[in-house]
Design a protein around this ligand. Structure first.
Ligand code: UDP
Length: 195
């Protein structure tokens, strides 16, 4: 089954290679996709946060992040083909993006972190990082400026790292104004690639 239903969510039951290939096709077609990862911690937050649940439901794909989802799949007799989390996906995503000449914008993390991650990711995977911004701007007054910067950068991939559920809500709220085709919430990913 390509989908694993859990707590009302349709979680994609596919391999990493299939996931990256689907993303590649959507990028080629310039079809906008909001993609979220869920782990048990997210499901826990979702139980007490109706808006987060609605945002996840409205996403285009949800990927299963972590051993907890694998165990749930086993218990519910829908074994998951593969665990798909942002950290594991990044190398495949970046290599594909480099080959397809797509650039990436990194939004989130403490000041300086996305910049450091940008150099490291560029050096390691050869992909162009079109721009960066930290995740501690004033959401009421500065969101417009951030969105303009993302759109002007020409990036076709936007990685948002504010942590769940803030990043998912932000993507959902602003997706109509965002040019990049792929919008993805990636949690603490830039911290992992900084330094
Ligand atoms: N963060 C941010 N803006 C905020 C709150 C958090 O950019 O207003 C960043 C924070 O610096 C960290 C990431 O979001 O890099 C959250 O990482 P965490 O591992 O806690 O997220 P999770 O994996 O739990 O979604």
């Amino acid at each position: 089954d390509p989908v694993f239903r859990l707590l009302g969510l349709d979680i994609d039951n596919i391999t990493m290679a299939e996931a990256v290939s689907l993303i590649q096709t959507d990028l080629r077609d310039n079809r906008q996709q909001a993609i979220y990862f869920v782990n048990p911690d997210c499901l826990n937050k979702m139980a007490g946060d109706r808006e987060y649940y609605d945002v996840l439901k409205a996403g285009d794909s949800i990927f299963p992040d972590g051993i907890g989802l694998t165990i749930a799949g086993k218990l519910l007799q829908s074994p998951l083909k593969e665990n798909i989390n942002g950290t594991d996906m990044l190398p495949y995503l970046c290599r594909m993006a480099a080959a397809e000449r797509h650039s990436i914008y990194l939004l989130g993390g403490k000041p300086g972190i996305a910049d450091e991650a940008a150099s490291n990711i560029n050096r390691e995977f050869g992909v162009t990082i079109a721009g960066t911004a930290d995740g501690y701007f004033n959401h009421e007054t500065e969101t417009g400026r951030i969105i303009d910067d993302i759109n002007r950068s020409g990036a076709s991939i936007l990685l948002v790292a504010f942590g769940a559920p803030l990043q998912e809500k932000w993507i959902h709220h602003h997706r109509n104004r965002l040019q990049p085709a792929l919008l993805m919430g990636v949690g603490g990913l830039f911290d992992f690639y900084s330094g």
